[in-house]
Design a protein. Structure first.
Length: 91
């Protein structure tokens, strides 16, 4: 799901700089074994190109854009906005 279509796949709503938005992201059921010493990295990007279409962060039609704009993504993790990752443990 792209952020611009967070409320509807029919209508895009661009995000406003400085505003806080809540997203619940389902990473699809998968299984990994994490052994002692392993680490998990969270990577936030504006797109997952080339697996999915590119996003040049202009708010325009991605397939027609030629010049990109740098996106600054922030994940808040304070008392007011307690972001978290839920990792179920299967014994």
């Amino acid at each position: 799901m792209g952020a611009r279509y967070r409320n509807s796949f029919e209508t895009q709503e661009l995000m406003e700089p400085g505003e806080v938005y809540e997203f619940e992201i389902d990473l699809v059921a998968t299984a990994n074994v994490f052994k002692a010493g392993h680490k998990i990295r969270v990577q936030v990007t504006s797109s997952e190109y080339p697996m999915f279409g590119r996003n040049l962060n202009t708010g325009g039609v991605n397939a027609a854009e030629t010049v990109g704009v740098v996106a600054h993504n922030t994940i808040f993790h304070d008392a007011e906005r307690p972001s978290h990752i839920l990792l179920p443990v299967i014994g």
